[in-house]
Design a protein around this ligand. Structure first.
Ligand SMILES: [Zn+2]
Length: 113
């Protein structure tokens, strides 16, 4: 359950951004979830709504999109897209992959009023 700590730091970021733009409130939040972030959507939504309670983003709508993860394959020397952990390289079937991105969560966009 790391969703709550992620959401708490996100809530802080959102609040900062909203205040910088003199927003009255935040109405929508778009998040991108890396395919390897091990985020459970239910847990994320629940944690988000409690993390933003009392902030400008209280009751905002949460929109989620998933990003494929990128990895570097040591066997064929290509940068490849993968969708889960412990999956072989889609090009050569090799297993020596270094995850380059896609194991995190980030804020893509905010809608403010
Ligand atoms: Zn490969």
């Amino acid at each position: 359950m790391h969703e709550l700590s992620l959401c708490l730091s996100m809530a802080e970021l959102i609040e900062q951004q909203a205040r910088q733009h003199n927003a009255q409130r935040v109405t929508k939040v778009w998040l991108e979830i890396g395919a390897l972030a091990c985020i459970e959507e239910q847990a994320l939504r629940f944690s988000f709504s409690s993390a933003v309670r009392g902030t400008l983003a209280e009751n905002s709508e949460l929109l989620l999109s998933q990003l494929p993860a990128k990895a570097w394959c040591w066997d064929c020397g290509l940068s490849v897209e993968i969708n889960r952990h412990a999956t072989p390289c889609p090009h050569c079937g090799g297993c020596r992959l270094d995850i380059a991105s896609g194991d995190s969560l980030r804020i893509r966009q905010l809608e403010i009023e």
